[in-house]
Design a protein around this ligand. Structure first.
Ligand SMILES: Cc1cc2nc3c(=O)[nH]c(=O)nc-3n(C[C@H](O)[C@H](O)[C@H](O)COP(=O)(O)O)c2cc1C
Length: 180
């Protein structure tokens, strides 16, 4: 399948069936994260795979009460190890690359999941301190950069509207339409 079709078919799924995610598929998804690009190839992402119901409940609570998360068979918390980023790039590393690198990894995992019949939703609304406590993260160099639900969709929402390209794309200078 053309990657563009995978991209267009992916939806943020918040209702999952009880079917467990096969280990091989889970590892394919993680592998997609591992092969993501990163600034200076620092690979600062760390993936915490959560399947235990009690921990999922605490994560859902820390995600500002997004309890639909407890219905996902797998939750992947994407954390960042800031130490190498800080050493190589200083503030730019911590403020920008940390988030950018982890976001690329999340997106790659989402697309791999979609291509093998799984569904995901990115969760960015969370209390990072609470997530750290739930996962027993004590190292101050580790920050939470995103959360991903993973499983088989029970219901897939219709595609939310996208802005047309002529509202997004400019030619040579910001504001110059390429469609004129
Ligand atoms: C950075 C980011 C944070 C998001 N946070 C949440 C979230 O906390 N909860 C949620 O249900 N969806 C969240 N989403 C999913 C968006 O709501 C969703 O991508 C958007 O509505 C478009 O729908 P689609 O993904 O089905 O195309 C987030 C998406 C991104 C990229």
């Amino acid at each position: 399948m053309d990657l563009l079709d995978v991209i267009k078919q992916r939806r943020s799924v918040r209702e999952y069936t009880d079917k467990l995610v096969e280990k091989e598929k889970l590892f394919k998804v993680l592998e997609a994260g591992r092969w993501s690009p990163s600034s200076g190839n620092v690979q600062n992402w760390r993936f915490v795979v959560v399947t235990e119901q009690g921990i999922k409940m605490q994560i859902a609570e820390a995600c500002l009460g997004q309890f639909w998360l407890t219905g996902a068979p797998v939750i992947i918390v994407v954390a960042s190890d800031e130490s190498k980023l800080r050493m190589l790039f200083g503030q730019r590393g911590e403020r920008f690359y940390s988030i950018q690198n982890c976001s690329v990894a999340i997106m790659n995992m989402m697309l791999e999941a979609q291509s093998i019949g799984l569904s995901t939703s990115w969760v960015g609304a969370y209390d990072a301190e609470k997530i750290r406590r739930v996962l027993k993260i004590e190292d101050p160099n580790i920050t939470i950069r995103g959360i991903l639900s993973l499983g088989y969709a029970k219901t897939t929402p219709p595609p939310p509207r996208r802005l047309d390209l002529d509202k997004l794309v400019y030619f040579n200078e910001f504001g110059n339409s390429i469609f004129k």
